[in-house]
Design a protein around this ligand. Structure first.
Ligand code: PEP
Ligand code: MN
Length: 372
């Protein structure tokens, strides 16, 4: 079912300078100097449409930097005055909305930890009734497109016209290359369901580290996203939140110059990068295999120490036969060929033996032990 909302075109938004509509600034406002210096450098680029900075930071654990609060809104007001850039911040309750509007914030975004909660989204939507401000809604932490659309609808119903979505990836239990899984099929489905809604990709929060920001940005452009939200800090390594994923304004400039913009029609089925999605899954499983292998080798080493202390030979062929036999049966039940199991386990076994040999022959701390 296609949802029809009365939203305005992104081309009509403040600050629009063409595609990608670029929103940039630090994860969090920390000091007036940091905010102002970063903003001035970003303004000079002539590519940034909106300056962002979190004033209230949702943190996983207490006692981390939770934002400077209302004080930071004054800094944003000064940024706007000095650079002319429209400013944006995250709101997570109605009080945030009132405070931000009081200080003339031009764009509000609802964070991933807020868009999961319909009560809070409704509270924010109610506070936005009759207000003309740009609002972006980040995808909820969990990969639930209905919840995302629901949040968008609540805000649209409040009468917000300059409304858009931010794709910032989805949390998963698996430890993966990226901090948050992109699940590209979800924003693609969002585009199908609400064709006129601008979608901004947030490669910083998907990636979690600087090195992947470019590839994710490029992919978002290839998928015909309207814009990008990229965190930028004048001294990223010293940032009080999300230090690893922020770029200096210079690095952002360099990244933008490398982006290739292709023209694609939004209805082009090729935009759905099935292969990319599947490769992502393969990467997750390969990461898993390596983690498991590491754990297995640690246990093998502990066994090696035990064998040494108790004068047991390393190779005990009955045990090895048993391992291979069980693995072959289990593998077959899962459709894995005996050759695969045999090759794989031989390699693993060899590595275990090598490690145990090393411990047997020259474990220094164990040497002492033997002499006692
Ligand atoms: C942020 O933009 O700094 C932020 C907290 O994002 P998210 O809600 O996507 O985690
Ligand atoms: Mn952040």
């Amino acid at each position: 079912m296609v949802v029809k909302l009365e939203t305005s075109l992104i081309k009509e938004w403040n600050g629009y300078m063409g595609r990608p509509f670029l929103i940039s600034g630090p994860c969090g406002a920390e000091t007036e100097e940091q905010v102002m210096d970063t903003a001035k450098q970003l303004a000079k680029m002539n590519k940034v449409s909106i300056f962002r900075a979190g004033i209230w930071k949702p943190r996983t654990r207490p006692n981390s930097f939770e934002g400077v609060g209302i004080e930071g809104l004054k800094w944003l007001r000064n940024v706007k005055k000095e650079t002319g850039l429209p400013v944006a911040t995250e709101v997570a309750n109605e009080k945030h909305v009132y405070e931000a509007l009081k200080y003339g914030v031009d764009m509000l975004w609802i964070g991933a930890r807020t868009s999961v909660n319909p009560f809070t989204v409704q509270e924010i939507a109610d506070a936005l009734k009759g207000v003309d401000v740009m609002v972006l809604i980040k995808n909820p932490i969990n990969p639930d497109i209905e919840l995302w659309i629901g949040a968008i609808e609540r805000v649209a119903k409040a009468g917000i016209k300059r409304l858009g979505a931010i794709h910032r990836g989805f949390s998963s239990y698996e430890k993966t290359t990226y901090r948050n899984q992109p699940n590209w099929q979800i924003p693609i489905e969002l585009r199908r369901r609400i064709p006129d809604l601008p979608i901004i990709c947030d490669p910083s929060h998907i990636s979690g580290v600087r090195e992947y920001i470019y590839e994710i940005s490029q992919k978002a452009m290839d998928l015909n996203f309207d814009g990008l939200m990229i965190e930028s800090h004048n001294n990223p390594d010293k940032a009080l939140s999300d230090a690893a994923q922020q770029l200096t304004p210079n690095d952002l400039k360099e990244l933008m110059s490398r982006l290739i913009l292709r023209n694609a029609s939004p209805s082009d089925p090729k935009l759905l990068d099935v292969l990319g999605e599947l490769r992502q899954q393969i990467d997750i499983f390969d990461d898993h295999l390596i983690d498991l292998m590491e754990k297995r080798m640690k246990v093998a080493e502990t066994i090696g120490k035990y064998k040494k202390e108790n004068n047991i030979t390393i190779l005990q062929s009955t045990r090895w036969d048993e391992i291979i036999r069980k693995a072959t049966i289990k593998g077959q039940s899962k459709g894995l060929s005996p050759e695969l199991i045999d090759n794989l386990f031989k390699a693993i076994h060899q590595e275990s033996i090598n490690r145990q040999m090393k411990i047997m022959n020259n474990g220094i701390e164990d040497h002492d032990h033997l002499n006692h």
